[in-house]
Design a binder for this molecule. Structure first.
Ligand SMILES: Cc1cc2nc3c(=O)[nH]c(=O)nc-3n(C[C@H](O)[C@H](O)[C@H](O)COP(=O)(O)O)c2cc1C
Length: 302
C-alpha cells in the first residue's frame, strides 16, 4: 500500500482542519499524520510584542527547535507538508522541520505536495520551501495555497484581531471573519483528488494543472509586488534588529520601531504605490502573466 506522510504545525487549528479535508481522497492509502511543535511553543493568542518579536528569526530562517516527533516509516511514496507563512517566510516550525535531518532524510527522492493556510502572501515563503525541499533531494509535485479572500488591508486588520485574541470571529460584529473561509476549508478535498489519482502510478505530470483547473487558486499582481519589496525590507530590518540588540530592552525598542514601520508601510506607503502600479499594469501585462505562472508552478515540473 502506498505510504503518505502528512506533516504540519498549526496554532489555531486552521491548518489542521484544512489538512483533515485535504486528506479525505487518500483514505485508501496508509497515512502517517504527524503534528509537530517547537520545544518552546509560540503563544496563541499572541501578545503584540511577541508577535512582532518573531520577525527577525523567522525571516532569517533561524527557527526555534522542534520537540521530538515520531515518523512511522523511513520512506514514503508522498510527503504532504502543511505549513503557514510568517513574515513572508516559512513559519518557524515549518523552517525547523525543513532543517531537521530526520525530515530531510524522508524527503530524499520523494514527491512532495505543499498545502498552505495563509492570509494572502505565500509566494516568497514558497520559494524558501522549494529551495529546502530540493536541497534535501525531494521534488515538488503540487502546491495548494488557501488564503483569506478578503481585501488585503481589511484582512491585515482582521487577522491581527484573530492572532491577538485567539478568536476567529467578526471584529466589532461586522468585519469579515479572518483567515481561510469555512467554505474553502471544507472543500479542500477537491484539490487533493488529482494528487490521489496520480499516486498509484507515481506519475504526477499535469497534477498541478488539474489542481489549478478546479479554480479558486490565483496569484495577484499587487501581492507579487508587495511581497518582493516586502521580503527585501524585512531582511534589512531583521539584520538591523539582530545587530543592534545587545540587550533584551534594546531589542524590544527596535522591534517596536519595526512594528510602526510595518503599520506605516501597509496603511500609508503602499496604497498610493499600488494605485500607480494598477495604472501601469496594462503595459506590464505579459510580464505579470509570466510571473503568475512562475509562482503557480514554483518548483513543479509540469
Ligand atoms: C507571526 C505571524 C506572521 C504571519 N505572516 C503572514 C504572512 O507573511 N503572509 C500570510 O499570508 N499570512 C501570514 N500569517 C498568517 C498565517 O500564515 C496563518 O494563516 C495563520 O497564522 C493561521 O495559521 P494556523 O493554522 O497556524 O493557526 C502570519 C501569522 C503569524 C502568526
Amino acid at each position: 500500500m502506498k505510504k503518505i506522510l502528512a506533516i504540519s504545525y498549526s496554532q489555531s487549528g486552521q491548518l489542521d482542519e484544512i489538512l483533515d479535508n485535504f486528506l479525505k481522497p487518500f483514505s485508501s492509502f496508509d497515512i502517517d499524520r504527524v503534528k509537530v511543535k517547537p520545544v518552546n511553543d509560540f503563544p496563541f493568542p499572541w501578545t503584540s510584542p511577541v508577535f512582532f518579536d518573531a520577525m527577525p528569526e523567522t525571516v532569517l530562517e533561524e527557527p526555534r527547535e522542534l520537540a521530538p516527533y515520531e515518523l512511522a516509516h523511513d520512506r514514503y511514496d508522498l510527503v504532504i507538508l502543511g505549513y503557514q507563512p510568517w513574515y513572508l517566510s516559512p513559519s518557524q516550525p515549518a523552517a525547523a522541520l525543513l532543517q531537521d535531518p530526520k525530515f530531510r532524510n524522508v524527503l530524499k527522492d520523494t514527491p512532495v505536495a505543499t498545502v498552505i493556510g495563509a492570509r494572502n502572501m505565500w509566494l516568497k515563503s514558497q520559494e524558501s520551501i522549494v529551495r529546502e525541499v530540493e536541497s534535501a533531494g525531494g521534488f515538488l509535485v503540487a502546491n495548494v495555497p488557501l488564503i483569506d479572500r478578503v481585501q488585503n488591508h481589511v484582512s491585515a486588520f482582521t487577522i491581527l484581531h484573530w492572532m491577538l485574541t485567539g478568536q476567529k470571529t467578526k471584529k466589532w460584529g461586522f468585519l469579515p471573519v479572518p483567515g481561510v473561509s469555512h467554505e474553502d476549508i471544507v472543500t479542500a478535498d477537491k484539490y487533493a483528488e488529482p494528487l490521489a489519482a496520480a499516486l498509484p502510478t507515481a506519475n504526477f505530470k499535469g497534477v498541478q494543472k488539474q489542481i489549478l483547473d478546479k479554480g479558486g487558486i490565483n496569484v495577484f499582481a499587487s501581492i507579487m509586488l508587495v511581497e518582493s519589496r516586502g521580503k527585501m525590507l524585512f531582511k534589512v530590518w531583521a539584520n538591523l534588529i539582530k545587530k543592534k540588540s545587545t540587550t533584551p530592552e534594546i531589542r524590544a525598542k527596535w522591534v517596536n520601531r519595526f512594528k510602526w514601520y510595518l503599520v506605516t508601510a501597509l496603511f500609508v506607503i503602499s496604497p498610493p504605490i499600488l494605485i500607480i502600479y494598477t495604472l501601469l499594469r496594462p503595459i506590464m501585462f505579459m510580464k505579470i502573466r509570466k510571473n503568475k505562472q512562475h509562482y503557480l508552478y514554483l518548483g513543479i515540473e509540469n
